[in-house]
Ligand binder design. Structure first.
Ligand code: TMP
Length: 401
């Protein structure tokens, strides 16, 4: 299937950049031999992750809280496997986070003096992590990086990555690098948006340049098992509308938990390895686009005021796939200073600060960041009191309340 020519999802532009905008063909496909749902054309990671990367993990209070819990969990896991008699404060352990972004997770380890390293290729967010006291290596992750890390710090107990593994086109090189950097008994833990949830919600906006893969257990197994890694635990998460956390160990180190066989069976039942599943998904995407266009077109004809809420990377796919322009959506509110004053990729819709939302409130707001719905509804109570209505596009196109 193809979503057509698409700009880079996080390339928020200044007016003077319009002429040089990068486009590519956003065409995901199911690869039967390796069981992955992946992009055909994969833009160069260096064009996506650089010193002007506009996504900051800390922009969501809920996700910040979530990542401090992740940090506590990683510390506990290391403490459990610590040598008998060693202290329980994490000393002697070493935790690496791939794509640590602004250090939201690792700052908890930094504050406790637990040896850690964030590997982050985007200079601006790496600096934001350093400002929190996080130890950062500004680099893409691969064999050379892994060798340098081992030389300087030794091998890690845990390599963790959240919403990062699915960004890396060459999974086999990553697996080789993890093999170098991880202790024999160590764990690779990563979480990414889950294919099964994307299909169930028709959340096609999860498909954009950075999401080279939408993983399933089957895909993760097929990528990592040739490198001697076994999935030993799967945990479904509500993040990003449905994510999955995979814990991997070297073959023979740990027996897989029941969650692994259970998820494998569920994927079988749901047909995540059947081409027909993706044909039906493509049909639902087309229908969703038709419905959203009908709602926005009708509101425009009626003269209603409509704003977008949350200029997430996901919104780039929705806007450009559905052909939403400035006539239908004159602005998008977003709390990220690095996006404000810029223009959305492709459609060039202005990004404005959240204060604009109430000045005055629009009649309708298209909630691009449906994954942060609870947090935003709580924050924007005044909008509902004012009689404002939200528009959702997933799992169904709906206007509410
Ligand atoms: P994400 O869905 O990829 O996490 O991106 C969320 C975007 O939404 C990010 O640009 C920040 C923005 N945002 C707001 O504008 N207000 C909010 O309350 C939250 C939680 C996020």
């Amino acid at each position: 299937m193809s979503f057509g020519r698409m700009p880079l999802a996080n390339a928020f532009l200044r007016a003077e950049d319009f002429a040089d905008e990068t486009f590519f063909e956003l065409a995901p496909a199911f690869c039967a031999p390796c069981g992955t749902f992946q992009l055909f054309e994969q833009p160069d990671p260096a064009a996506l992750f650089h010193g002007d990367y506009p996504f900051y993990t800390g922009s969501s209070a809920r996700m910040s809280h979530y990542f401090s819990e992740v940090a506590e969990d990683l510390i506990r896991r290391c403490s459990c496997s610590a040598r008998p008699g060693s202290s329980n404060d994490g000393a002697g352990t070493f935790i690496i986070e791939l794509g640590c972004n602004d250090g939201t997770m690792l700052q908890v380890l930094a504050a406790r003096g637990i040896p850690h390293l964030g590997v982050e290729p985007s200079g601006n967010v790496a600096q934001s992590a350093r400002d929190k006291g996080v130890n950062v290596l500004e680099s893409f992750f691969g064999a050379a990086c892994a060798t340098a890390i081992v030389g300087e710090y030794g091998q890690a107990d845990i390599v963790y990555a959240a919403n990062v593994m699915c960004h890396i086109p060459d999974l086999h090189r990553v697996a080789e690098a993890v093999d170098l950097v991880l202790k024999q008994e160590g764990r690779l833990i990563f979480e990414d948006p889950y294919l099964g949830d994307m299909l169930a919600r028709t959340s096609y906006d999860q498909i954009y340049d950075e999401h080279v893969f939408m993983f399933s257990l089957a895909a993760v197994t097929s990528a990592f098992s040739p490198h001697g890694f076994t999935v030993v635990e799967c945990q479904a998460l509500s993040n990003h509308g449905g994510s999955m956390r995979y814990t991997l160990a070297r073959d023979g180190i740990a027996a897989p938990a029941p969650s692994v066989a259970e998820l494998a069976e569920k994927e079988e039942v749901e047909g995540l390895q059947r081409a027909q599943t993706f044909t039906l998904f493509a049909e639902r995407c087309t229908a969703s686009r038709t419905e959203l266009r009908a709602v926005l077109g009708r509101l425009h004809d009626e003269g209603a005021a409509v704003l977008g809420y949350g200029a997430a990377s996901k919104s780039t796919t929705v806007i450009n796939y559905c052909g939403i322009d400035k006539q239908w959506l004159p602005a998008i509110c977003d709390s990220t200073p690095a996006k404000q004053g810029r223009f959305s990729p492709g459609a060039h819709i202005p990004i404005v600060p959240p204060e604009v939302f109430a000045d005055p409130y629009p009649d309708f707001a298209l909630l691009f960041v449906w994954n942060h719905q609870e947090e935003i509804i709580a924050k924007e109570k005044g909008y509902r009191r004012h009689g404002g209505k939200w528009i959702s596009h997933t799992p169904r196109v709906e206007v509410w309340p």
